[in-house]
Unconditional design. Sequence first.
Length: 362
Amino acid sequence: MTAPLDLDYLRRAPKVLLHDHLDGGLRPGTVAELAAECGYTELPAETADELATWFREAADSGSLELYLETFAHTVAVMQTPVGLRRVARECAEDLAADGVVYAEVRFAPEQHLESGLSLDEVVEHVLAGFREGEESARAQGREIRIGCLLTAMRHAARSREIAELTVRFRDRGVVGFDIAGAEAGYPPSRHLDAFEYMRTCNAHFTIHAGEAFGLPSIHEAIAFCGTDRLGHGVRITDDITVGPDGEMTLGLLANYVRDKRIPLELCPSSNVQTGAVANLEEHPFDLLARLRFRVTVNTDNRLMSDTTMSREMLALVNTFGYGWSDLERFTINAMKSAFIPFDQRLALIDEVIKPGYAVLIG
Ligand SMILES: O=c1[nH]cnc2c1ncn2[C@@H]1O[C@H](CO)[C@@H](O)[C@H]1O
Ligand SMILES: [Zn+2]
């Protein structure tokens, strides 16, 4: 018998998450406790409940720039070994409790140097936290693997250094590189040397592109920088025309993205909050899925969007009428697109994802 498609069963489904920010996924209570511990007095609210509401409402700004301002408060409480480790441990525990079996979680080490830690130390503490979280999840009967992505901020000038940091930690749990931050005015080609370095080292990277800004950003990320995946990439729809009879025509760039199976890390709730799309009904997720782009479902920032992987999937089910087989396809898309070695991706698909959905499909 097919399992009902509700939140309870969605939590049991094996899920894969490729786009999740460590500093966008803190528990509200942890923000409050760490602020008290480290003497940060600028929090906009006091209790966990008030903070949860504040983050969600402040992030609901309709502008990527205003949305990003909320990160000042989470980054502020992630400056110490204790803070970094705790946030990473809880991230792994929360994702595992939600049924995520593989996740790539990203953060920008350069934003965590305020109390004198080095870039290497910051990464070491976060990786130690992930390992602790994986172990405590295992003790609860939940198996999760977390790969870490290191992000460089696109308005800053440390991308080459962060790319080198990524490669230095490639055998210790860091699986890739990314650039994030405000998109307009900071094209990916500003960081070309970082991407060239990554390619020289046979190392993987993704680029936030086509979220707040349109096709030129996606084109640069692919044609100049050689990105493996697109962070968001929703604006690829600017290169797709839908005729009056529903007939769809893809432009050169949209065709290239689809032909090359370039994964789209789509983040439905986040896209509505930043104004990249007006509402979920108008989100191009379904259009792209029907056109057989390699679409994946992601959370982006669980705190700011008050969401989880299961809830993002439920929102898509409710909006577009997806069934378990669709969700399995999106999950396999994500697993195929992960930055860990091919044999390990395949093992997770064959041994965890397919058997997990087989039970739900019935
Ligand atoms: O959706 C997004 N678009 C662009 N940048 C983002 C998004 N979400 C978070 N960050 C930025 O990435 C940094 C490292 O994790 C965060 O501090 C935030 O500034
Ligand atoms: Zn993001």
